[in-house]
Design a protein around this ligand. Sequence first.
Ligand code: NAD
Length: 364
Amino acid sequence: MERHAAGPAGCGPSGAGGRLWLRPSPAPASRPGDSARSRRPDHGEIDAVARGGRDGRGASNHDFGISRDRRGVGWSHAVELTDQGDWTRVTSEWEVESRGDLEALRPERLFSLDGKVALITGAGGGVGGWLALGLAAAGARVVLSDITGERCAGIAERLGAGGKEHHVVAADLRDPAAPPFIVEGVLSRFGRLDVVVNAAAVNERRPIAHADPEVWSSIADVNLRAAYFLAREAMLTMRETGGGSIVNITSVNAEIGVEDVSVYGAHKAALAQATKTMCVEWAKYRIRVNCISPGFLMTSLSRPLWQDEARAKWILARCPQRRPGWPEELVGACLLLASDAGSFISGASILVDGGLLAGSPWNP
Ligand SMILES: NC(=O)c1ccc[n+]([C@@H]2O[C@H](COP(=O)([O-])OP(=O)(O)OC[C@H]3O[C@@H](n4cnc5c(N)ncnc54)[C@H](O)[C@@H]3O)[C@@H](O)[C@H]2O)c1
């Protein structure tokens, strides 16, 4: 790190984005707007500032400062230059603890969801059910949501047998009132919401020549509109409680054209795109939004494909692993995105497809 004596605004060379500037003098007694200080009383003073402004002519909210607390743990904060020529913390949203400590890197801590509440839609299905089990195994209290409570009964029973705290909220996602209803159900049971996994989906395969506007809308209602508005509803509560993680389950069909899958593929692509805007708009609330994009799995949704010999052959020929994926094989990616292990991952799409989109062998 290059040390510079930081003076008043304009102290650095122009175009200095990314360089670190060290504060020269003790901090002023009064630090206006320092809401982070009251939340984390053991913070030290800001002792280094990286200039984010493009022309280096003054501080902006893009600048960030680094401090150390009494344990010596580093924190980064959004900072602003005061009239006295000193840096002050202006928001708490960007505060991030540095993982200087080896203990914090142990997988059981890094991937821990202890104290978190996770909501999973489609929790009665193949993927949603496994993701609920995976998130609960990492310590989360889970809320299972599906079109009926009965669909979640099997997973609820497994969670109960494992001593995992859980709750069921049944709702039909075709109903525009479902997203606020589900989030309200989570809050009334657990009082907070930290992780949302949008896993519910439907599909109806048919050629575009036989497209039907009603089918188009019914698929969009569940796969796109409900996921979008559930994410929005979750954001409204997460931003009040310090952030969260939203995981949208999309599909390789968002990337490639597959005969008869135009509507499902178009809506999954739209959800992947909306994920990026959510990432951009909600980062200030410490909410991360990502996708998991699965390949061809073995669940009830894809059963018709595996039951059709020609289609099953087509999939196996194209997938380098030459096998279907199992829904539990999404758990690792979901834990990464849901936990602090993924704290700097947002707006991403993680492919879990056995290599399908990487390419195909000559002779399958
Ligand atoms: N199975 C695959 O090969 C595959 C591939 C890529 C992506 N995906 C995605 O994975 C996710 C999970 O799919 P899955 O394979 O577990 O399918 P699944 O059919 O086993 O589960 C889907 C769940 O969504 C629920 N659901 C459907 N309509 C609903 C509604 N109106 N209201 C509330 N819940 C409703 C169903 O009851 C079901 O439990 C989906 O987003 C799907 O698009 C699956």
